[in-house]
Design a protein around this ligand. Sequence first.
Ligand code: SF4
Ligand code: FES
Length: 234
Amino acid sequence: MTDVITFHIDGKEISAKPEQTILQAAALSGVYIPHLCAYKGLVPWGACRICLVKVNGRFQPACTQPVVAGALVENDTPELNEIRRALVDMLYVEGNHICPSCEASGNCELQALAYRLGILAPRYPYMFPKRGLDMSHPDVMLDHNRCIKCARCVRASRDIDGKHVFDFVGRGLGQRIAFDAEQGLAGTSVSAEDKAMSVCPVGALMNKRVGFAVPVGSRLYDRHPIGSAIESSK
Ligand code: SF4
Ligand code: FES
């Protein structure tokens, strides 16, 4: 078995190990494939579909699709970016993402993706769901209105923190993050230092008392677009 295979993304030759996914191999070669639920060090989840690429002409999520020797992968094409734009648009209207009043503004991957994809206004009607907040814990909080159900917190808490504090309940529009305690976050073993508290791509799961430590305008994606070389090395 060869240790290294090669394939192409948008005409660029990529070297990869057979066990890698297309997203992992692309990242190591400096090729940005937009993604939201994927996170370095977490098992792939394949939920958001933002990482959709075409492999030899067929749609595949890059975060779960293993590399294939000799494959021709399309990534940065008008067709794929239009699909990603529609997906991001739907995430925006499905929740309540009020960027000007969100502490994550400027650090939010959803907002940064919208900028990168050129989204200026919603194309679908807002759903304005009525969802709650959990402020019961002294150090951390969860705003269900901003959760995009990426499951990063679920995987990080389960696989890295070894706590499995979070998981999903419900289905479809009723799906939401739930905890391993009936009294909410306060009854869980989550702590502000947990990996789960640093992986949320939006402003849903956040530590308390750190708000606006970095001023708006000086935050990560205020300075560097998502997918830029500087941002990717964070
Ligand atoms: S709380 Fe954040 S990390 Fe957890 S599922 Fe929602 S958006 Fe993802
Ligand atoms: S990043 Fe691949 S499906 Fe979400």
